[in-house]
Structure formats: C-alpha cells, structure tokens
Write a protein that binds this ligand. Sequence first.
Ligand code: ATP
Ligand code: MG
Length: 257
Amino acid sequence: MEDERMMRVFAVANQKGGVGKTTTTTSLGAALAERGNRVLVVDLDPQGNATTGLGVDGRQFERSVYDVLLNDIPMVDVVEPTGFQNLFVAPATLDLAGVEQELTSVISRELRLKRALESVDGDFDFVFMDCPPSLGLITINAFAAATEILVPVQTEFYALEGLTQLERIIGLVQRNLNPTLRISKVVLTMFDSRNILSADVAAEVRRHFPDVLCKTVIPRTVRLAEAPSFGQPITVFDPNSKGAKAYRALAEEIMNG
Ligand SMILES: Nc1ncnc2c1ncn2[C@@H]1O[C@H](COP(=O)(O)OP(=O)(O)OP(=O)(O)O)[C@@H](O)[C@H]1O
Ligand SMILES: [Mg+2]
C-alpha cells in the first residue's frame, strides 16, 4: 500500500477584518500548488473573496460550502478545480451569510465541517480554510476541523489587539472539541519597510509569539491587491513580483513543518 501523507488542515483566522487572511489563503495555496502539492481552499467567508480571487464564480454551482455546513453534503461534492494545476476550491456563496443563525439549532453544530472534510481525507496535502472576520460558529467549525491555525497579522500599530480574545476561543475549542489544536504559524502581512513603525510592530509580535512567527514577512505591495480582480493568484498574475516571491518563501517555510 502507498503510504498516505498526512493532510494538513489550516484555519486561516483573525477576527480583525482586512488583515490579509484571504490574500494569504489564495497566495500561499497557489505557491504550494506550484510546488506540486495538492491544495484545497475552503472559502468560509460569505463575501466569497477567495473563490472569486481564484477565478471561480461560485454562483454557477448548485452547491457550496453552505450546503456542507447545513445540509450534510460531503466536502468532496462541492470541490471544484480552479484554472491552476493542483489547486482546488470549495466555493462560498452569499447564502453562507445566514449560516451563523441557521446553525445555532443544528445538532453537532460545531462539528459539521470536520465531518464533511472526512470525505476528502488524504486527497490533498494542504487544506486552507479562509475564515470570515468573526469568531462565530463558522470560525468555530474551522477550528474544530483544523490541525493547525495560521494567523495573519497586519503590521500596524494595533496589530496585537484582539489576539487575546482569539487565543481564548482557541483554548475553548482545544478543551472541548479539538485537543491538539494550536496556532502553528503567525505571519506578518502588509509590512512597509519605509514605515519605521513596522519594525517595532514586528518586534512586539515576535515577543508575543516567539516560537511560531514566520521568518517570511509579506510586504505591502499594490500587485497583491490587484491580483484578485483578475481572478488570479499572485504567483500567476505577476510571478516575479515581490509579493509572489514572499508567498513562495512562506510556502517553503510551511512545507518544512
Ligand atoms: N501584502 C499586501 N499588500 C497590499 N495589499 C494587500 C496585501 N495583503 C492584502 N492586501 C489587500 O488588503 C485588503 C484586505 O486583504 P484581505 O482581503 O486578504 O484581508 P482579509 O483579512 O481576508 O479581509 P476580511 O476580514 O474582510 O475577510 C484587500 O484589498 C487586499 O487586496
Ligand atoms: Mg477575507
């Protein structure tokens, strides 16, 4: 029998909005796919930015992550190929916005995603779940299903704000649903080397997360902001850009454990 590689399942989470969760999900996913890894992006944000950013129109499918969470549809039934080799997406649609409400009365409401992912166990090397900017039931589902959490932190003055609350929720999930869950990676995003504050913020984040802060820092670059509107990950949109190189370096770090 072929030995089956462990599927690493990341929740990409930070309840703060606009810190680079989706950009990191699609760019890192694409960089890992480029290296020959089979990668699944699970879009858990009703805005569907990870879906459209990978050139997929979620509205054209009958089923989405919404059905996975509420209607017991296995993940394997909603996985779609992207136009990029080795890279797949479980698309989100706007109806996902109602899930937080609808899930509250459902049995094992925290474990829906975990169960659904069993249907793709071993099919991928990496799964990245792009969480919405909140700590509601969708994010809890991601934490229950994850083997690791990746926290993008925007390099700005209030970078660490809210992370205590995030860690408290992770602690709750650890004790009740997923004992081995941990933040395995913290990555600084939108780093601006011309801004003297950036170095201070980086030092502060390193003090708070001495063991898990990634060596790779993602620079602030307009190309990264432009790529999604072309439906392409940065590694395809502008393969030699600083952003593409940074996410390839991050992919390397992730592959090394
Ligand atoms: N390194 C970067 N340089 C420049 N712009 C960036 C960078 N990373 C992300 N952005 C831009 O910043 C905005 C927020 O990024 P992104 O959507 O990835 O954050 P998010 O955490 O997923 O947001 P939300 O909480 O709304 O889901 C987007 O317009 C994105 O294109
Ligand atoms: Mg997002």
